[in-house]
Design a protein around this ligand. Structure first.
Ligand SMILES: [Ca+2]
Length: 525
């Protein structure tokens, strides 16, 4: 909320900036620019509101929206990107980037399933929506943005993984049509709760969820209303199970292990101690989650890596089915499609095999948008966007009054998608609270600019993190104790804490332990 206030020009530059500016990158924008652009920001918000209500009055048909979410799909596992494995094929994601927009610097506010999903659905950081782990449902009264779409006359559908709490698959507020399952669900033969009736299905869940989404789009929805489809795949979450037809597709391919995976002094010399210790947990490569969880010996890292890629390939195929349907039915011209992952995933970086932490591979996500006529092909957006921006963006695309997003932390990126330059943040915040169930990663607060990242660890006797993202994109060299950076580190720390404090982000809740303590599972065998 505080950040959005700044972007809207409601907070003065002196309050917004505490001396921190992310200098040094060639394409940097400092935070003052955002704050100083307040007049432009107000003009933008005002004019957007007017344009949208004018559109509503003249009965211009509201834009349909398809939001596709995947699980644990890391940002660089898309074929068109140079960073991922050469062998990975994602023709449909490639097509979205070519014919639409690629948001190159997309992040989450918390790299964990339920908190990130809640951020997408509420437009709020975790400290505001209060869904702090995967164990519990959303607090009663939580407002999900599709509720605003319903009020604006949209017909809304949810298909797939909800995962806020493990035990409840019942319809949630904001959706006229509901297809979901409990908790993480499974990769094959799912039981789906369809509008409060459970049905068993045979087959690969990713395919079945697409069938469900297309079935509703084609036959079940009210064709006189604009629609919103929230299609939320279980793939590509661990245990990375590809569709039968793609099992072994990359079986012979060489896996290039990340440079920071090796357990060497060079890799850990400057890192906080907990980083090396985590490699021995189920979220580290030396004891990673395996088969039926934690059986030793640890299976082949390379085999799991290839399975992950094969699972991504099947996900991409299903994304393509959605795009093809929209094209074939003539709906593409009136529909905005957004694809993103709910959090990143380390495949060996720093010895990790998970997310949660504030290193790049954990906090970055893939994000693509496709809307012929609205978004020009080949649009590349390099500003830092976050999961909290999805709700305001989709509400703006639907022409819903900006007041609906007033209590959200994020801001609409719709103008950027349309090729317009707008005042924008020059850093993002990151937060993660230690989990009783997965104790290897400490409570983490981070501020990431375009050139530098500062990470504060709470509740552990350890040192913090400070990385130069331009000269050290692998985040191998922690510069926290380098005297030359002392002032910058202090400024970023001050900025981080003043923003968290102003927005109520320092009240870390302690939750009653719930669920299984997974680090002890192995000991019980
Ligand atoms: Ca996830």
């Amino acid at each position: 909320m505080f950040l959005q206030a700044i972007l809207k020009g409601m907070v003065g530059a002196e309050m917004a900036n505490h001396g921190y500016a992310d200098k040094g990158c060639s394409n940097r924008r400092d935070f003052l620019k955002s704050a100083a652009g307040s007049a432009a920001a107000l003009a933008f918000w005002g004019s957007t509101g007017q344009a949208l209500s004018a559109a509503g009055k003249s009965k211009v048909k509201a834009r349909n929206i398809v939001f596709v979410l995947s699980d644990d799909h890391r940002y660089d596992f898309m074929g068109f990107m140079g960073e991922g494995p050469d062998f990975l094929e994602t023709p449909n994601m490639d097509r979205m980037a070519k014919e639409g927009a690629h948001l190159v610097n997309a992040f989450v506010g918390t790299s964990l399933c339920s908190p990130s999903r809640a951020s997408i659905l509420t437009g709020q950081y975790m400290h505001n929506h209060k869904i702090v782990d995967n164990q519990r449902p959303a607090p009663k009264g939580t407002v999900f943005f599709p509720q605003h779409l319903q009020k604006a006359g949209y017909e809304t559908a949810f298909v797939g993984k909800w995962h806020m709490g493990h035990d409840d698959d019942a319809p949630r507020p904001g959706f006229d049509h509901w297809v979901s399952f409990k908790g993480q669900g499974k990769y094959v033969d799912p039981t789906l709760n369809i509008n409060n009736t459970r049905q068993d299905f045979k087959g690969y869940t990713t395919d079945i969820l697409t069938d469900q989404a297309l079935g509703w789009l084609e036959d079940e929805r009210d064709a006189d209303k604009p629609f919103f489809m929230y299609l939320s795949y279980k793939a590509v979450h661990y245990p990375f199970e590809p569709a039968d037809r793609y099992k072994g597709r990359y079986g012979e391919k060489a896996v290039e292990r990340p440079e920071t995976m090796a357990n060497t002094e060079r890799n850990y010399q400057t890192q906080p101690h907990w980083v090396r210790e985590r490699r021995y947990s189920i979220h580290g490569v030396d004891h990673m989650e395996t088969g039926q969880y934690d059986n030793d010996p640890v299976p082949s890292f390379d085999a799991l890596y290839r399975q992950y890629a094969e699972t991504v390939h099947g996900l991409d195929e299903n994304l393509g089915r959605v795009l093809d349907y929209l094209d074939r039915s003539g709906l593409s011209e009136s529909t905005l499609v957004v694809y993103m992952g709910d959090n990143g995933f380390e495949l060996g970086e720093h010895g990790f095999y998970d997310k949660r932490d504030a290193f790049e591979e954990s906090i970055r996500v893939p994000m693509l948008a496709y809307a012929p006529g609205l978004i020009k092909g080949g649009t590349k957006i390099t500003d830092m966007v976050q999961n909290i921006d999805i709700a305001p963006t989709l509400l703006a695309a639907a022409g819903v009054e900006a007041s609906a997003s007033a209590n959200m932390d994020g801001s609409s990126i719709l103008p950027m998608l349309q090729g317009n330059s707008i005042p924008w943040r020059s850093h993002i915040l990151y937060e993660y609270y230690w989990e009783w169930n997965f104790p290897a990663t400490p409570t983490t607060f981070a501020i990431r600019g375009e050139c530098y990242k500062y990470i504060f660890y709470h509740g552990v006797w350890d040192h913090d993190g400070f990385y130069d993202l331009e000269t050290d994109p692998l985040e191998r060299h922690n510069l926290i104790n380098v005297p030359a950076y002392k002032d910058r580190i202090e400024a970023m720390k001050k900025q981080l804490f003043s923003e968290l404090k102003a927005d109520g982000g320092l009240e870390i809740p302690v939750r009653l332990p719930h669920g299984e303590r997974l680090d002890q599972r192995k000991n019980r065998r």
